[in-house]
Structure formats: structure tokens, C-alpha cells
Design a protein around this ligand. Structure first.
Ligand code: FES
Length: 75
């Protein structure tokens, strides 16, 4: 296993423990929910304030699900 692969796997493990949704930017689910509760209800807005999904972009569907769920819970 090369260094890069090992790094990616370590980050994924850490993500499971810390609730990190965006591994690239180390953004947690809690931080995303906080941004939504502070009035950022669109993906682009949450992305701008938290930096979630602003690197590889693979986490975008997960970030969008959390935004939708947070909005639904507030109703
Ligand atoms: S995991 Fe979120 S931008 Fe890469």
C-alpha cells in the first residue's frame, strides 16, 4: 500500500469516528447542520461558509442530504 492510499484510509477511519462528512476539508456533519440552522439553506451557501465539498466534490450528495434533512427537521 502506498503512502497516499494509507493517508486516504486513515482519513476515512477518522471520518467515521469524528462525524466528518467532507474528508478533504475535514468538515463535520455537525458543522453543516449548524450552517443550515444559521440560515444557509442551499448547497452553494453551505459550501461557501463551511468549505464542505470545495475540493474533490465527492461528498456533495452527502452534504445535500444533510441540508435537506436539517431543513425537514426544522419544519
Ligand atoms: S470529500 Fe469533500 S471535497 Fe473531497
Amino acid at each position: 500500500m502506498d503512502k497516499r492510499q494509507r493517508y486516504i484510509e486513515q482519513k476515512a477511519e477518522q471520518a467515521k469516528i469524528d462525524g466528518v462528512v467532507c474528508v478533504c476539508k475535514q468538515v463535520t456533519e455537525r458543522r453543516i447542520r449548524k450552517a443550515v440552522n444559521a440560515g444557509h439553506r442551499r448547497f452553494v451557501s453551505v459550501k461557501r461558509v463551511t468549505e464542505a465539498s470545495s475540493s474533490c466534490g465527492l461528498c456533495q450528495p452527502f452534504v445535500e442530504d444533510i441540508i435537506a434533512d436539517t431543513i425537514k427537521r426544522r419544519k
